[in-house]
Design a protein around this ligand. Structure first.
Ligand code: HEM
Length: 279
């Protein structure tokens, strides 16, 4: 990491003090995460007891929520809201990308595959160089797309179970039991992924323990930027905050927290991020 610090010093000449925190998530992203988190929890708490209805814990939850009819109503209503959130999210991204306001930086690139291999080599001791990441590393991208595709499966199969008469008017009836198996097992898989993978990454990972608060506060420390997103920090310091995923809003928030040197440079500097060779 020393190398990055040297490069930063070169890019921020005479900077008395670099900012302590950077804006990582804007208000829209924080709200989206809050609603996904809340709805996912409600869906898991009302879905899994239906799958494991014979277990005593499942029966306790069902009785606590007022009986199976209430559990099913809560599950369906939160399912509809979850689907609405997904459509709004993807719709906004699509429109933003088509209008050129958002760069689709969560799309995996060749560098992500190279990073994954390099990290593996690093962990087994074949190299001393840890891969250096931009705004999102390959694991974060993988998790995002897992949520998108897993969400699509849950929403499609959920609506087939919700409206079986409508579904079978156009499609074969065999789809109903197939949708039930897919919904049930994918629901369990999604729950396990969140409990094991997401909880490790955001709570138990020694880098962030006891909790990564950035998705709630919107801020990330310079120390973590240096450690986890050094290429992004270099880019921001080079005065190119426009690469920010959420589009212009996020870019301006980021600019507000960038160092004075970066501010000076951004006025007429060319895109120096291009000079930074990844990893
Ligand atoms: C990630 C979110 C979701 C999870 C974790 C989840 C989980 C589950 C689980 C485990 C079951 C029980 C399946 C079984 O009996 O084996 C279930 C049933 C069901 N889910 Fe979901 N689900 C989710 C999203 C949705 C969505 C978006 C809808 C759409 C409205 C939906 C509608 C249903 C319906 C209709 C049932 C059948 C039970 C009933 O008639 O109420 N689910 N879900």
């Amino acid at each position: 990491m020393e190398k990055v610090e040297t490069m930063l010093a070169e890019k921020e000449p005479g900077t008395p003090q670099a900012p302590e925190f950077y804006v990582r998530f804007n208000v829209r992203q924080r709200l989206e995460h809050f609603f996904v988190m809340f709805l996912f929890l409600v869906l898991a708490v009302t879905g899994l007891p239906q799958k494991f209805y014979q277990a005593s814990w499942a029966q306790w939850i069902i009785l606590f929520l007022g009986g199976i009819d209430w559990v099913r109503i809560i599950h369906r209503v939160s399912g509809i809201l979850f689907a609405f959130l997904g459509v709004v999210h993807l719709g906004m991204i699509l429109v933003g990308v088509l209008l050129g306001r958002i760069k689709p930086i969560l799309i995996p690139t060749l560098k992500d595959f190279r990073d994954a291999v390099q990290q593996l080599r690093y962990h087994v001791g074949l190299t001393d160089e840890h891969p250096r990441f931009e705004r999102y590393d390959y694991k974060q991208k993988f998790e995002y797309w897992g949520l998108v595709f897993g969400g699509m499966v849950m929403i499609t199969t959920g609506f087939i179970l919700y409206l079986p008469n409508l579904a079978t008017r156009y499609l074969t009836g065999e789809l109903i039991p197939a949708a039930k198996v897919a919904h049930s097992n994918e629901g369990l898989l999604a729950f396990l992924v969140v409990i094991i993978w997401h909880m490790y990454g955001t709570h138990f990972n020694p880098d962030v323990f006891p909790m990564d608060t950035s998705i709630f506060t919107g801020k990330i420390s310079r120390e973590r930027m240096l450690h986890e997103h050094p290429l992004e920090l270099l880019r921001i310091s080079a005065g190119s905050p426009e690469e920010m995923e959420p589009g212009r809003d996020g870019a301006h928030e980021q600019r507000a927290t960038a160092s004075p040197a970066a501010e000076r440079q951004s006025a007429n500097a060319p895109d120096r991020a291009k000079e930074i060779t990844p990893g």
